[in-house]
Write a protein that binds this ligand. Structure first.
Ligand SMILES: [Fe+2]
Length: 298
């Protein structure tokens, strides 16, 4: 059984790095940490060295997602699971790990969605200090992809990676926690016509962070594409908007937590709009419509 600590980082491709860095700092409230070796922008919202990386690219989308393993011993379990299922993976060279301020990294591509996952331990385990600005962000909350292979991808997460399913809404979306992380979901899989990026979420401290964001974003004419509302599955109050490339970003406040032992069974909620938002808002068609999944060459 592979054990995870948490969703550690999300790396996005953006078409105008300066514009996006400014947006994620001033509108979303992440703290700029520094530039990486290839000029990428590293930002933080938690006690880690960084949680969001922005890369300059021709097309917007998701570059990769990093899952922090519970400890070093998990690498062997992970490699064993991947080998047993015939999934290609490789260890990232020590030099690249050092450059990226990571301790040890294994990279793989999920076979059906093409999403690139990295599994890592940090270089430094002492906590860094996140300095909040426009919102009291507590952590990188979750990442969601779209896929045309919903059943295969959800099966892979459960059976190969030992992710625990918390809930699904019909066959529209399924929510997973990286076991034994308690939060209702660290990863979501949306059922779609094509593989692609859906959204990144940041969990905030209080409902005021949502209300302030609503007015801050409106004031800057940022398109708000869903909410404010409440997701019945996780209990979260949410707000979604678009970044400068049209990719979707979410704040949420409050989320069901699961115990490691004897958690409640996953539910399948009916696919009606009230099971996406119990407050009655409806998503704008632009929501979760932009962003490709970059497939890493192993
Ligand atoms: Fe979300």
């Amino acid at each position: 059984m592979i054990r995870y600590k948490k969703l550690g980082y999300v790396e996005l491709n953006v078409t105008d790095l300066a514009r996006s860095r400014d947006f994620y700092e001033r509108m979303v409230g992440l703290e700029f940490v520094g530039e990486g070796a290839q000029g990428e922008a590293l930002l933080r919202c938690d006690a880690d060295h960084h949680n969001l990386v922005l890369h300059r690219a021709a097309r917007p989308g998701l570059k990769r997602i990093g899952w922090m393993l519970e400890d070093e011993a998990q690498f062997e379990r992970l490699h064993g699971r991947l080998a047993a299922h015939g999934v290609a993976w490789r260890e990232v060279a020590a030099e690249e790990c050092r450059r990226r301020q990571l301790g040890r990294v294994t990279r793989m591509v999920e076979p059906d969605s093409g999403v690139t996952f990295e599994f890592y331990r940090p270089a430094e385990t002492r906590p860094y200090e996140f300095r909040p600005s426009v919102a009291r962000i507590q952590r990188l909350g979750h990442a969601v992809i779209r896929t045309a292979h919903f059943h295969a991808v959800t099966q892979f997460l459960r059976e190969v990676l030992n992710f625990a399913e918390s809930d699904a809404i019909g066959e529209a979306i399924a929510f997973f926690r990286c076991f034994p992380n308690p939060y209702h979901h660290g990863f979501g899989v949306g059922n779609a016509a094509q593989n692609g990026w859906h959204h990144v979420n940041f969990m905030v401290t209080e409902i005021d962070d949502i209300g302030r964001a609503l007015h801050r974003l409106r004031g800057a004419e940022v398109p708000i594409v869903y909410g404010p509302g409440r997701h019945p599955a996780s209990g979260s109050v949410f707000l979604y908007w678009l970044d400068p490339d049209g990719m979707t970003v979410e704040y949420s406040f409050g989320m069901e937590r699961f115990p490691e032992h004897a958690p409640r069974a996953p539910r399948t909620l009916p696919p009606g709009p009230e099971f996406f938002d119990s407050w009655g808002s409806r998503p704008d068609p632009r929501m979760a419509s932009r962003g490709e999944l970059e497939r890493a060459a192993l």
